[in-house]
Design a protein around this ligand. Structure first.
Ligand SMILES: Cc1cc2nc3c(=O)[nH]c(=O)nc-3n(C[C@H](O)[C@H](O)[C@H](O)COP(=O)(O)OP(=O)(O)OC[C@H]3O[C@@H](n4cnc5c(N)ncnc54)[C@H](O)[C@@H]3O)c2cc1C
Length: 406
């Protein structure tokens, strides 16, 4: 028997990185949680893979940060490059050594992170994980929430809890059930991710790189891969008129890669993945007993590797507050502060930074591109300026800004 009676539990819709982190952070405080996941395990298609310093700090008490260090790749430096000119500027996160215990990015596939957290949630006496449980309906009243779940065979069941966290991704049923808007826009182009055995390191690439080009920019980074010997992922923009089948075709992907780096011709393409890219933020993160976090609350382009990290930061902020409210130590207005803090920084930092990152990479005006590159070189060469820039891009500044919101 799990701790906590059924109707006092916190229900969590979605067992991706955000939902699993929320479950782990709540269960570690002794708050009973039931996590409802539509699938049968973590999605193992290539998604996010970069963890910034604050995320590593938040995951530290659970032991997940240690495990990520054992299985992931430490990327102390990252580069801006130009497709024709090569290296523009290299930033060394070591300048943040006075600001964080983890002055680097850690790169490890998202499904491995989810599995690490899931192991801990499953081991907690305060947590229950229900897989093959798709949330299809949500209702709330003054005392709690009622959630209807459906399994793959079509059988329905109703669960009762005190609070519901909607961490069910960009198409969130929880968000829609509460009539919460999701404002913003969708980019016309989809992004193509090509995973290859080609090793970019001997060419002078860092483990994380952003290559500017007015026609075809590229983000390139190294991840451990299933055998943990290291593979590389390249993200490319595509033209709206290009068809899905041709974009995903391995031979064409190899051509695209060779257009970027001719030396890659002999290497193998091992995966291709295409996805639509949006910039949207929910109009509120709280409706009564229903709270939103992660992609259910905000979606953005992957340049800068911020989306998943932001979801972890949401989960951390929400779990601290929900724990206090659940134990009766704080009024539920503390959850309105969660909405104010996290939504403000999603708009200002997450949207602002990721849109700026994309615009930098695709800049078409040669004068502006040259100016931007000169600025990057100057920033990288001056430790004080580099630190200010890296505090923002490593997501430390956004957290401080959130904490300053009353
Ligand atoms: C194809 C793809 C590629 C991506 N690539 C990158 C990348 O390269 N870099 C980057 O930074 N970010 C990338 N992202 C974004 C990143 O993966 C997300 O920001 C991150 O997964 C957000 O985590 P989350 O837990 O909030 O949502 P999700 O990871 O979407 O998890 C939501 C979970 O909820 C479950 N679920 C959904 N609906 C229901 C329901 N009704 N009932 C129960 N369970 C439900 C889903 O099965 C899923 O497990 C990518 C996303 C996608 C989809």
């Amino acid at each position: 028997m799990q701790a906590g009676s059924e109707d006092e539990r916190v229900l969590i819709a979605g067992g991706g990185p955000t939902g699993m982190a929320a479950a782990m952070f709540l269960a570690s405080q002794g708050v009973p949680v039931t996590l409802l996941e539509r699938g049968k395990g973590p999605h193992d298609d290539p998604r996010a893979a970069t963890y910034h310093p604050p995320s590593l700090e938040m995951l530290e008490p659970s032991g997940v940060t240690d495990e990520l260090h054992r299985r992931g790749i430490v990327a102390r430096k990252w580069q801006y490059r130009d497709r024709r000119e090569g290296l523009v500027a290299e930033f060394d996160l070591q300048v943040l050594e006075g600001d964080t215990r983890y002055p680097y990015r850690l790169q490890c596939e998202q499904h491995k992170l989810v599995a690490m957290m899931q192991k801990r949630v499953a081991a907690s006496p305060f947590a229950t994980i229900r897989q093959d449980a798709e949330v299809v309906e949500v209702a709330q009243d003054v005392a709690g929430v009622s959630v209807v779940v459906r399994d793959a065979a079509g059988a329905h069941a109703t669960l009762r809890g005190r609070w519901l966290v909607g961490a069910d991704g960009g198409r969130s049923v929880v968000r829609k059930s509460q009539d919460i808007g999701f404002e913003g826009f969708t980019w016309p182009e989809r992004f193509l991710v090509v995973t290859t055995t080609f090793d970019f390191e001997p060419l002078g690439f860092a483990y994380s790189n952003y290559t500017m080009d007015p026609v075809e920019w590229t983000a390139t980074f190294k991840v451990p891969g299933e055998d943990e010997r290291g593979i590389w992922r390249c993200v490319f923009p595509t033209r709206p008129e290009e068809g899905e089948a041709e974009l995903l075709d391995f031979a064409r992907a190899a051509d695209r890669l060779a257009g970027f780096v001719p030396q890659s011709r002999a290497a193998k393409v091992i995966h291709t993945n295409l996805y639509a890219v949006h910039q949207r933020v929910a109009t509120t993160y709280r409706r009564g007993r229903v709270l939103l976090a992660g992609d259910a609350a905000h979606v953005n382009n992957p340049l800068g590797g911020m989306g998943l990290n932001f979801g972890l930061h949401d989960a951390h902020s929400l779990a601290q507050r929900l724990g206090k409210v659940w134990r009766g130590e704080a009024p539920d207005s503390l959850l309105d502060q969660y909405d104010r803090q996290r939504r403000a920084v999603a708009e200002q930092y997450l949207q602002g930074q990721t849109i700026a990152n994309k615009q930098t990479l695709e800049e078409r005006d040669p004068v502006k591109r040259a100016e931007r590159q000169a600025e990057m070189r100057a920033q990288a060469a001056d430790p004080a300026r580099a630190r200010r820039f890296l505090l923002r891009t490593a997501m430390i500044e956004g957290l401080a800004a959130a904490a300053a919101i009353a």
